[in-house]
Write a protein that binds this ligand. Sequence first.
Ligand code: NAP
Length: 296
Amino acid sequence: MNILDGKATAGKIKQRIAADLASLPEAVQRPQLAAVLVGHNGASETYVAAKVKACNEIGFGSKLIRFADNVSENELLACIQQLNEDNSVHGIIVQLPLPQHIDEQKVTMAVKVEKDVDGFHPENLGRLMLQLPGFVSATPKGILMLLEEYKIETSGKHCVVLGRSNIVGTPVSLLMSRNAFPGNSTVSLCHSKTKDLALLTKQADILIAALGRPQFVTAEMVKQGAVVIDVGITRVADTTTPKGYRIAGDVDFEKVAPKTSWITPVPGGVGAMTIAALMQNTYLAWQRITSSDATR
Ligand code: NAP
């Protein structure tokens, strides 16, 4: 068993961007990421703080715009409009989930496509499907960057994806099946209505678990020698820790790891890569906007 080290790989990616920026004259405007955060959801607070920290580390500017839970949809849309028009902002993210009274789709669609570094806008998702330049959402992009870093063979492999969300499962399944590296896999996209799930997972050369169900994937569900990517991040109550919880992945790491050829840990796997991919998207947005080059 070998570890797909997301933390180390993310560190390398961030260092490369930081070095590129450091070589620019001081007068050149740096990339800036704007993050919009509604309410005080603990997990969202943690994710946004990590994104702002990464910006600071590599020399990006960052803006954190906070709203109370009861912010109106119009107020939020007006803020996004302002950020769309702000020439000093190159990337915009709206941390999900949003409160129930706000239409997430409407908010996602309000972000200017050129600044949609989360890749959630329908145009960017369509571009991903058609393999046109655009923004690939950070988690699927991070997973692919990790497979690329470790030169994991994906061509002709059976890749089983657990979960079909718009932000992870569906885009990663599209990416793994496209004619590229990483890609060229034969993909099975599974969800809660999939019958005989274990029958499929046992055939997976590459298993990507993105369900949000702690330790759902057990050793019996995994083929000997498989590559296992654990996307899950769930806070599980744990009175032995100072915070009263610990982070659990979707894979029973201890039991599954010995059967695998490669596996991502949680934390230190896909989560770290997601942040690095977001930084890379923001850097790309800045390059495209400042050079008006949409083909990158
Ligand atoms: P989501 O929107 O809740 O989707 C979960 C998916 O899992 C759904 O497609 C659901 O099927 C499927 N599912 C749930 N229970 C299942 C079961 N028993 N059998 C088969 N399929 C089942 O979740 P998400 O946003 O994709 O996130 C998934 C996990 O990844 C969460 O733990 C989240 O915190 C984590 N995450 C991590 C990162 C990171 O940076 N590492 C980024 C994003 C998300 P249906 O469609 O049929 O309901």
